[in-house]
Design a protein around this ligand. Structure first.
Ligand code: DX5
Ligand code: ZN
Length: 217
């Protein structure tokens, strides 16, 4: 199985982002957390910043939108060249229409579920998506503890993906570390977002390699 490690630049030095991107070039994608202080109680950056990151990043961008009004804002991130654009299921009434728009523009479409959001209603929509993000913390902040109670959701998704043969990546985000990555992998995740676990180390590339090993151990 392919294992993807996506460091989250939320934990990087915002004054030196181009340099920070260089330090994680051995990762698969760079995870970019967009927050609007409305959908979540925290604020990061918007399309202008993400557009510049897209220009200078050695690896593709995995944009995670923790914002309201996604129908209006999400397509812009696909247009600026993001490899994948993930919006929250809780932030739109038209997830399929939005996913189709993102794919039309050329991005992979992702749907994210907060820890309290049931996965069942979204299972039949899986063919419309390229990836599902199971939040393993409440969205909004880095450095929180992994919520193991979200694993049944991942197991359910992974069973459906296996049974249907769909090519949908299963991503986890929040509290992923050397101690928890194996739990998520076991439950069926193949794509792992890690902020503090990567940038908390002296050499992020070493942390990326260690996480990769721990995911398959
Ligand atoms: C949290 C963000 C995460 C965050 C993860 O809402 O979506 O991507 O950066 O940070 P860690 O890995 O430190 O939990
Ligand atoms: Zn995220």
């Amino acid at each position: 199985m392919t294992t993807r490690i996506n460091p989250s630049i939320l934990a990087a030095d915002f004054a030196n982002l181009e340099h920070e991107l260089g330090r994680i070039a051995s990762a698969d994608l760079v995870h970019v957390d967009v927050m609007d202080n409305h959908f979540v109680p925290n604020l990061t950056f918007g399309p202008q910043m993400v557009g510049r990151l897209q220009q200078v990043s050695p690896i593709p961008l995995d944009v995670h939108l923790m914002i309201s009004d996604v129908d209006r804002w999400a397509p812009g991130y696909a247009e600026l060249g993001a490899f994948s654009v993930t919006f929250h299921a809780e932030a739109t009434d038209e997830p399929v229409a939005l996913a189709r728009r993102l794919r039309e523009i050329g991005a992979r479409a992702g749907i994210a579920l907060k820890p309290g959001t049931d996965v069942e209603p979204y299972l039949e929509l899986l063919p419309e998506f390229d990836q599902v993000l199971v939040m393993t913390v409440e969205p909004g902040f880095g450095g929180q503890s992994f919520m193991a109670e979200t694993m049944p959701k991942l197991e359910r998704l992974s069973r459906v993906v296996r049974e249907t043969g769909l090519d949908v990546w299963l991503q986890v985000d929040g509290g992923i570390s050397l101690d928890t990555i194996g739990i998520a992998a076991e439950a069926g995740a193949d794509t792992f977002v890690a902020g503090s676990a990567v940038f908390g180390g002296e050499v992020p590339a070493d942390r990326i390699a260690a996480l990769r090993d721990a995911a398959v151990a």
